[in-house]
Design a protein. Structure first.
Length: 668
């Protein structure tokens, strides 16, 4: 964020309102109260325009308003702003000034809460009140952060039994109790084979819950007993399932008010989730029965659609959990905050940065944080598709469009209608296709290969590249008009060497992802090598190094050699325990004690000195990794492919390449 300009402001020509500081990346203007700047004029649209704070200065964007926007007397759609420009919104006249009169000390406060700062600037008498509001907001933010963690954990439940176990674990953790039991007003509503102890329903609890619970249908009750506090949490999942109660026994103290509030909201979410899980279970049984009895093709299609939707929801939950992968206050936290802001504006986004920095992750975050989250997120990797196939992959083709086109094919653009089209490595897109893509970005129109019908699609374009597109434009390898269309909302991904505080947090995340909650012991030379390595492959390289260590290490400790890094000078005998923390815990900054350091120096690959080529080392690593994976999953290729996150066909092809399976075998 430090590269963005700060300090500009808008001045009301008639002087009726104080100057407004432009300290946000996107400042919205219009009659609707949700805007940053409220313009009370009937000639002005609800969401009239945006002022974008970009690296190359401030830009004004008219959001197709009813009566338009004038800059220095001329109507505009989008333009750069210069010092002294006069902007007309209806009858309101504003003047843009690039130098702000406000003290720099107020700029960070304005970034925290734009509307609160407006109050502070306009009325000095209200500044004390604004400070109090900010403190209260900070308290609520901490509460909401805890609530998001709780709800995210509960939302991972795939069955009623799974949900009951997670809610019991939540109560045990928050109340520090000895045990949790489950009871139901209607025993038929209980999940099959629950891990919790089932106790009889208390009629007195039924009377109290139905008389005391609010319209949300939930209750938290605390009772003092000889063995400690007993906390009863009950909720009504609806659909005549009756009340359910989870009772925590033996809590040392009475729960605090904020803990009660947290449990109350968790129960509200739990009642909805319980009802949805019941519906999914019922639907699954009903549809599965129809499929088995009638072999109905339509039922099979509906089940596949549900599975695809579940996969999309799983991906969304992974995105929520991954928000806590990065160290607090680091560059990536600011990048994620900017990505959420860009998600609210339905304009093209261009993500730039080195290979392996997480551009795809940020693109998914933008999609899931936008109004298009329920629609498809479709990825096209322009670097992996041959030039003669990428047009068909993007736009589809008609039957007979080329040799082998036996039927009409729907392209990725058509498949993502209403959603987000992510064009990864856009810099590799052939020049002859860039004109067709420009038409799609400008007008939302395209034609299938070999067809004459003009298709219309509503899709947001998010592009990413590791190239300097400005340089490729100068050398004639990228169209300038397409570059300007894609470069509306730019976002730069910082390399891993510029955010070393993220390295230990990311390492814990990958260890937990691939190997579970495992304690790894690193020698001191490994810790120094990790800290000093330049990480040219960024996050992807870090993940690969940890997988290599899992494959090659022997004994109780991981050395720099196991990681494939140069060993620094020293005996490397001291060790440090490196434990994969549970999800969410990895975000704490104190976990970086052993590895977070600003010192980053380039290191040579130790393997190069052994006389082997990079390709030989890669093949040795791949064959050994596949052999161990095949042994771990007892020859099951499908599970090997899932573990390695590649397709089954790719996995089988690699196994054949290294002669780990026979060509004529048909493995699982």
């Amino acid at each position: 964020m430090s590269s963005y300009a700060i300090g500009a402001h808008l001045v009301w020509e008639n002087g009726e309102r104080p100057a407004f500081p432009l300290v946000k990346v996107i400042t919205s203007l219009g009659r609707n109260e949700a805007n940053d700047i409220l313009l009370d004029d009937p000639k002005i649209s609800s969401f009239h325009g945006n002022i974008l704070n970009r690296e190359d200065g401030f830009h004004l964007l008219d959001l197709k308003s009813r009566n338009g926007t004038l800059v220095n007397g001329s109507p505009i759609t989008a333009c750069a702003l210069h010092d002294g420009d006069r902007i007309a919104f209806g009858d309101i006249m504003l003047r843009f000034q690039s130098q702000s009169p406000f003290p720099k000390a107020l700029i960070p406060l304005a970034r925290l809460n734009q509307k609160i700062q407006t109050i502070a600037f306009q009325s000095p008498a209200l500044r004390k009140e604004a400070d109090e509001i900010l403190r209260e907001v900070e308290h609520h933010q901490e509460f909401l952060k805890g609530l998001v963690e709780v709800v995210s954990d509960l939302a991972e439940s795939s069955t009623l039994t799974h949900f009951a176990d997670k809610l019991a674990a939540l109560l045990t953790r928050k109340l520090e109790c000895r045990s949790v039991t489950l009871s139901a007003e209607k025993p038929a509503a209980l999940p099959k084979n629950p891990a919790l102890e089932i106790v009889p329903w208390d009629p007195a609890l039924a009377v109290e819950t139905k008389s005391s619970a609010g319209s949300g249908g939930r209750l938290v009750r605390c009772v003092r007993a000889e063995s400690g506090w007993s906390v009863q949490t009950a909720f009504d999942p609806g659909r005549e399932a009756g009340w359910l109660a989870f009772t925590a026994q033996g809590a040392a103290t009475e729960p605090r008010e904020d803990v009660r509030d947290l449990l109350d909201l968790a129960l509200l979410f739990g009642s909805v989730l319980w009802r949805n899980l019941q519906e999914i279970d019922s639907l699954h049984r009903r549809e599965t029965g129809r499929l088995l009895d009638e072999k109905d093709r339509e039922s099979r299609h509906r089940i596949e659609s549900l599975e695809r939707r579940n996969q999309e929801l799983d991906e969304f939950l992974k995105q929520m959990r991954n928000q806590l992968v990065f160290a607090e206050g680091g560059p990536m936290e600011r990048v994620q905050a900017l990505a959420r802001k860009l998600a609210s504006v339905d304009l093209p986004v261009l993500i730039t940065g080195e290979t392996g920095t997480g551009k795809t992750y940020i693109a998914k975050l933008i999609h899931h944080a936008s109004a298009r989250a329920a629609k498809p997120f479709v990825v096209v990797d322009c670097s992996t598709l041959p030039a003669n196939l990428i047009e068909s992959e993007l736009f589809g083709h008609e039957k007979g469009a080329f040799t082998g086109a036996m039927a009409r094919k729907t392209g990725k653009v058509e498949a993502c209608a209403g959603g987000t089209l992510f064009l990864d490595e856009i810099g590799d897109l052939p020049l002859e296709l860039q004109g067709k893509l420009l038409r799609l970005v400008q007008e939302g129109r395209f034609e299938r290969l070999g067809g004459n019908e003009v298709m219309q699609v509503d899709a947001r374009i998010v592009a990413a590249t590791h190239y300097d597109l400005d340089e490729r434009v100068k050398t004639g390898r990228f169209r300038q008009d397409l570059y300007y269309r894609l470069h509306v909302l730019p976002l730069l991904m910082p390399p891993l060497r510029e955010r070393t505080e993220d390295i230990p947090v990311l390492a814990r995340h990958f260890i937990q992802k691939h190997f579970g909650n495992t304690a790894w012991i690193f020698t001191s030379d490994a810790l120094v090598a990790i800290r000093n390595h330049a990480w040219p492959g960024n996050v992807r390289e870090l993940e690969n190094k940890l997988q290599r260590a899992w494959l090659f290490h022997s004994g109780d400790a991981i050395s720099a050699g196991d990681l494939g890094l140069d060993s620094p000078s020293g005996n490397g005998t001291s060790q440090s325990v490196f434990t994969a923390a549970p999800s969410g815990a990895a975000s704490s900054s104190h976990h970086s004690a052993h590895m977070a350091s600003p010192a980053v120096t380039a290191t040579a690959a130790g393997a190069a000195s052994a006389g082997k080529t990079l390709e030989q080392y890669r093949e040795e690593y791949e064959s050994e990794l596949l052999r161990n994976c095949l042994r771990q999953f007892k020859g099951n290729i499908t599970r090997c492919a899932e573990h390695l996150q590649i397709s089954r066909n790719t996995c089988k092809s690699m196994l054949r390449k290294y002669k780990l399976v026979q060509d004529d075998e048909d493995e699982a």
